[in-house]
Write a protein that binds this ligand. Structure first.
Ligand SMILES: Cc1cc2nc3c(=O)[nH]c(=O)nc-3n(C[C@H](O)[C@H](O)[C@H](O)COP(=O)(O)OP(=O)(O)OC[C@H]3O[C@@H](n4cnc5c(N)ncnc54)[C@H](O)[C@@H]3O)c2cc1C
Length: 126
């Protein structure tokens, strides 16, 4: 193991974003991930607020360039089949009016690659 100031356990979105921000702030970051990526994980529908977090970490451009499905809102259906559509552009106070529907194995790998590019040292199960 290399010497580091920050040791992050887990290479999911939280770990990757933390690694990028800390590496960019000048810390020596080591991130360990117990599963070899790309790996399946549940959860794929992002909300506009996620874009703010990605933008703050300087990772939004990479996500926008990846070609994920555009998501401009959500539809809810109850047991009576009433459908309520929420358009993100009818703003709820967020900075961005859209988001993405992603495949998590691709999305999480992309974020982890960004962490590595930012200078974090990634150790993964081989
Ligand atoms: C049914 C369901 C549906 C969901 N739908 C959505 C959705 O539509 N949109 C959305 O944004 N979120 C959704 N979520 C939530 C989303 O999946 C999680 O919030 C998100 O993955 C959390 O990210 P994370 O980085 O904190 O953790 P994770 O993505 O869980 O990453 C943690 C990582 O740590 C690694 N790890 C764990 N223990 C160790 C260890 N000891 N050593 C090394 N590595 C370790 C794991 O292998 C994993 O890769 C959903 C969740 C569920 C359960």
């Amino acid at each position: 193991m290399t010497e580091c100031y920050i040791f992050i356990i887990g290479g999911g979105p939280a770990g990757s974003i933390a690694a990028v921000k800390l590496a960019k702030a000048g810390y020596a970051v080591e991130l360990v991930e117990k599963v070899k990526f790309p790996r399946f994980v549940i959860g794929e529908s992002l909300l506009p607020r996620c874009n703010e977090l990605l933008e703050e970490a300087g990772m939004l451009e990479a996500v926008e360039s990846a070609g994920f499905q555009f998501k401009g809102g959500v539809a809810f259906e109850n047991e009576q089949n009433d459908i309520k559509i929420v358009h993100f552009e009818q703003n709820m106070g967020q900075k961005h009016n859209s988001s993405f529907q992603v495949r998590r194995e691709i999305f999480d790998k992309l974020l982890l690659d960004e962490a590595e590019k930012s200078g974090a040292h990634i150790v993964m199960e081989s």
